[in-house]
Design a protein around this ligand. Structure first.
Ligand SMILES: NC(=O)c1ccc[n+]([C@@H]2O[C@H](COP(=O)([O-])OP(=O)(O)OC[C@H]3O[C@@H](n4cnc5c(N)ncnc54)[C@H](O)[C@@H]3O)[C@@H](O)[C@H]2O)c1
Ligand SMILES: [Zn+2]
Length: 354
């Protein structure tokens, strides 16, 4: 039974018969749907399962969801429950936001990353023409139900990936959250003691998003670690070997953690951030996240990937500027910092020297 069964049933009692839909991926259909099914009880519902993996966050999957809703005569009163990680909540959120100009939807995140990041904040969307999240909307779910028990079946790499975004929330907004996360026993992976930290992390993100829903100023602090992190992610994904052969999985959160190491280095040099913060983060990286797999050529290309990042505005035809969020200290982030390329290169060299 879900932690929030009562809340779920209250919401479902307002959904007309035959109008309840559940979206899962091939992993959450096995690991998570049984728990949700127990909580839904006797109310009939239709389930659609799509293949797990980021490759499924594409236009043809959006069509599959629309077709599924049409086939089952979903009306304006329909409710879609997105049960899964960020891939499912982003995709299902977009499909629900656009079907009949918007139907009701609810997120039940089942990865740590989706709990603390993807399922709140109202961003929905999918990847298109090789560009991540390039089509989407800002649409809030009717509810987001968090049940940390889902994390018990999550692979450890996925758990670490989500944890990196939690460290980010501590670094940009809360020294207490940062300290509590450092004190949490990562090796032990005790979900019961992680649960209150998840709630704190979500509260931090929601507070920031509420202050700036459209990402005009303070919400950009959430991009901390992502300027260099996205470049590493792009380089590593580019590096991925063809379909069907063995390859290492590129976790978003790991890339963000590496990006944060380089960006804390820049924060020490340019924003007066205490050196101990860099020492702590470097220690975390060595102990749990390892090193990014980029060859020499890719390291040199990271700047190019950053320039291509869609978040950088082009001012009057000039070369795009690379904008950073930096830290004056833990809990004190500053946005829109433009830095000399040689300093950025130096931070990247520091990261690869660890
Ligand atoms: N909307 C936003 O604001 C926002 C923010 C951050 C990330 N995102 C998006 O989120 C996506 C990444 O999310 P993610 O890391 O959750 O990836 P994901 O949804 O692909 O999930 C990762 C893997 O874990 C599996 N899984 C999920 N729950 C499980 C469980 N309880 N037990 C076992 N396996 C489980 C999934 O099937 C998948 O294989 C990206 O597409 C990213 O763009 C969106
Ligand atoms: Zn992120």
């Amino acid at each position: 039974m879900l932690h929030h069964s009562t809340q779920l049933r209250t919401i479902l009692s307002t959904v007309p018969g035959g109008q309840l839909f559940v979206l899962t991926d091939s992993h959450t259909a096995v690991h998570c749907l049984p728990l949700l099914a127990e909580s839904i009880g006797k109310i009939p519902y239709h389930v659609l399962t799509i293949e797990a993996g980021e490759e499924s966050k594409c236009l043809s999957s959006v069509q599959v969801v629309w077709d599924f809703l049409l086939k089952h005569h979903a009306t304006r009163e329909a409710m879609l429950i997105n049960l899964g990680g960020g891939m499912v909540t982003d995709l299902g959120g977009f499909a629900a936001a656009t079907y009949m100009r918007g139907i009701r939807f609810m997120n039940i995140p089942t990865t740590l990353l989706a709990m603390v990041d993807a399922s709140s904040g109202g961003k929905t969307g999918f990847d298109y023409q090789g560009i991540k999240n390039v089509i989407g909307s800002f649409t809030q779910p009717e509810a987001t139900l968090i049940d940390p028990d889902f994390l018990r079946t999550l692979p450890v790499g996925e758990l670490l990936s989500g944890l990196a975004e939690m460290f980010k929330h501590g670094l940009i907004a809360s020294p207490r959250h940062w300290q509590e996360l450092l004190a949490w026993d990562i090796h032990g992976q005790d979900i019961a003691t992680l649960a209150p930290l998840i709630a704190d992390s979500i509260a931090i993100k929601e507070r920031i998003v509420a202050a700036d829903p459209q990402e005009k100023n303070i919400r950009r602090t959430l991009n901390f670690g992502h300027t260099i992190g996205h470049a590493i992610e792009s380089a590593m994904l580019h590096n991925a070997v063809p379909h069907g052969t063995m390859q290492h999985h590129t976790y978003h959160g790991h890339c963000v953690l590496w990006g944060m190491v380089a960006e804390v280095y820049l924060s020490v040099v340019h924003a007066g951030c205490p050196r101990e913060v860099l020492t702590m983060l470097t220690h975390l990286m060595v102990e749990y996240y390892g090193r990014p797999e980029c060859n020499c050529q890719q390291r040199e290309q990271l700047m190019q990937w950053m320039i291509h990042d869609k978040k950088n505005k082009v001012a009057g035809g000039a070369l795009p500027q690379i904008n950073f969020t930096l830290l004056r200290d833990v809990g004190a982030a500053v946005i829109d910092q433009v830095l000399p390329p040689k300093d950025i290169q130096e931070a990247i060299e520091y990261l690869f020297s660890i």
